[in-house]
Every structure is written in C-alpha cells, then in structure tokens.
Write a protein that binds this ligand. Sequence first.
Ligand SMILES: [Zn+2]
Length: 143
Amino acid sequence: MNTTPLRGGCHCGRLGWEARLSQSAATLSPRACDCSFCTKHGAVWFSDAHGSVHLRLRGEPLRYRQGSAQAEFIACSHCAVLVMVTCLIDERTHAALNARTVDGPVPFAPEQPASPQRLDADDKRERWSQLWFPDVRFDYVDD
Ligand SMILES: [Zn+2]
C-alpha cells in the first residue's frame, strides 16, 4: 500500500477517518446503494478489501441498524453526517466509507448502482467480506 491516504469525516469534525488504499482511488467506483436508508442519505460507499481504515471519534456516534440488521451505520451524533457502515464478519469488523464524506476534490471513479438488499443475509456477508475494508481501527479521543 503506497498510495496517499484519503481523509474525510463528518461536517463538525467529531468523526474523522483516514483510509489507506491498495490501489488508486481513481479505480474505485463508489456504490450507490438503493436501499431506502442509503437513498434517503444519498450515501455512496467505497472500500478496499486490501486497505485499512482508521476512524477517530470524539464522543459516541449514532449507530443504526435496518434491513437485515447485520450492518451498523455510524453517523455523527452532533452534525448527523453518515460516515461509515460496519459489519462483524468472522469476528472481524469490516467497513465501508461514505464517499460523500471525503475531504477535498472527489478522487473516485464514477459511481455505480448497487442493490445488496436483493441478497439474503449470508450472501450479503459474503459480498461484504470480499469488498469492504478488513482492517478497521477505532480511536476515541477527548474533546
Ligand atoms: Zn459531526
């Protein structure tokens, strides 16, 4: 992994992430999930199965489950920006990041539609285990 880390986060700064990618962001097409939750947020997700994410949190975020309730969405409890989605797969936290929360110019390839809601619970986990960041670190920092 020798690409420059990407950085992003929520609007108010309580949640900040740094992602290390195994490939150029220009080769990643964020996935516009068509479930009702992601649609309401306009969320588009990116991840790298050979990359890593470090999430820095000031205070507890909002956590929300819906649909098959396997995945947990993480949003800022102050400014309400939806930043990340996680899922515990084989006892390991996997995650994808909301590409809308990247700081600076958008570095990604064009978005493409995705419809994980058509998969059953096992197939979702299988898909996410192949797509999502498998290396996720959370750091709680004081105000
Ligand atoms: Zn915030």
